[in-house]
Design a protein around this ligand. Structure first.
Ligand SMILES: *Cc1c(COP(=O)(O)O)cnc(C)c1O
Length: 364
């Protein structure tokens, strides 16, 4: 039974869906959406305000439709991180990487494939864009078996293949040599390989952007929401061959990225060193968190991101989740039986979480 009224001519495939979103509860410690827990430094805030002041008097005008300046700055940032030599022609920017993903589906989506458990927005956006979705699988330890994955790709013959690395919600990463093997498999069947690197800055591995020069069918999706502590602004971007970028221009809405957003993002990128300094701190906190969970007798999934999936508690994940909410702590129920995911927060937040978890597990 659908909850929708019969007079509403909602598309059939949408009638069974619910809007995506983690609960936004009013609790003191929120470790459920993988945000960077540190707010922007006063220097970065001042620079953003300065840049916004410059554009405020021009808000009667549409923004730079192609965000040329911002795209050039993002190209420089990637080049600096990965020793590549991209220009603005290799970058597209939008309101969060979810909009980038949507544009990819709108431009190319006929039959897409991904390997679960992974980012649930990939199949969801596929559905809203009327793209067929084939669900491949990961191993019980959440790694991706490249031989099996390659066979599954050859068998399903999608025209889009999605992999997330480091993967959300598990944190597991894929070696660059394995990504090249997947790219080879995709090339054989004329598919694009889309690598979602939302957590790239937290990983100590080479970015897949280094594959693009020799693999024009590899697309890398990045975001400023996580490492850059910029989730509230909504900026995501794509690094790809310039012909891929040109294709996305066909489906983008005119003036999609506002002047205020472009100005704020430019300011943040100009101070990227400052912003990324918290990433090192979070990586240390991640290993401390893993050790603490292991000391409590739990199992942790090895993570290259700013969160940890853990298991090994005797109550159900729903019970532990609810008991933590009672203690004012919000973690993520990721829909994998026996597992929960915690985002790395500030030292104080992590300590509160660990203390509350210990109490929850001790009680019954
Ligand atoms: C958080 C996340 C995103 C993106 O979010 P935006 O805020 O829309 O940039 C994309 N992919 C994965 C895997 C994520 O975890």
């Amino acid at each position: 039974m659908s909850k929708w009224s019969s007079w509403l001519p909602l598309r059939q495939e949408l009638r069974e869906l619910s809007p995506y979103g983690a609960p936004q509860l009013d609790v003191s410690v929120r470790l459920n959406t993988n945000e960077n827990p540190y707010s922007l430094s006063p220097e970065v805030c001042a620079e953003i305000i300065n840049r916004i002041k410059d554009v405020v008097t021009n808000l009667n005008r549409y923004p730079d439709r192609d965000a040329l300046t911002l795209r050039g700055e993002l190209a420089n940032y990637i080049n600096m991180q990965s020793e590549t030599d991209f220009t603005f022609t290799n970058i597209w920017a939008a309101n969060g990487s979810n909009e980038i993903l949507q544009s990819i589906f709108l431009a190319f989506g006929e039959k897409a494939m991904g390997f679960l458990p992974s980012y649930s927005m990939h199949p969801l956006i596929a559905k809203t864009a009327k793209c067929e979705w084939v669900a491949g699988s990961r191993e019980p330890n959440f790694s991706l078996d490249i031989v099996k994955a390659s066979l599954a790709i050859a068998d399903a013959k999608p025209n889009l293949v999605f992999v997330t690395t480091p993967n959300n919600p598990t944190g597991t990463a894929i070696e660059i040599s394995d990504l090249q093997l997947l790219a080879d498999e995709c090339k054989k069947i004329g598919a694009l390989l889309i690598i979602d690197e939302a957590y790239a800055e937290f990983a100590s591995r080479e970015s897949a952007v280094t594959l693009i020069a020799k693999n024009s069918h590899v697309l890398v999706v990045r975001t400023m929401s996580k490492a850059f502590a910029f989730a509230g602004v909504r900026v995501g971007y794509l690094v790809a061959n310039s012909e891929v970028i040109d294709a996305l221009l066909l489906v983008r809405l005119p003036y999609h990225l506002g002047s205020l957003t472009q100005a704020a993002a430019s300011a943040a990128i100009s101070m990227s060193d400052r912003l990324l300094s918290d990433v090192a701190k979070l990586k240390v906190a991640r290993s401390e968190m893993a050790s603490a969970l292991i000391l409590m007798g739990l199992n942790v999934v090895n993570s290259d991101a700013n969160f940890i999936a853990f298991s090994g508690f005797s109550k159900s994940e729903k019970e532990v989740w609810a008991a933590l909410v009672q203690s004012g702590i919000l973690v993520r129920d990721i829909g994998i039986p026996g597992y929960l995911r915690v985002t790395i927060g500030t030292a104080a937040e992590n300590a509160k979480f660990l203390l509350a978890l210990q109490e929850v597990l001790a009680n019954g």
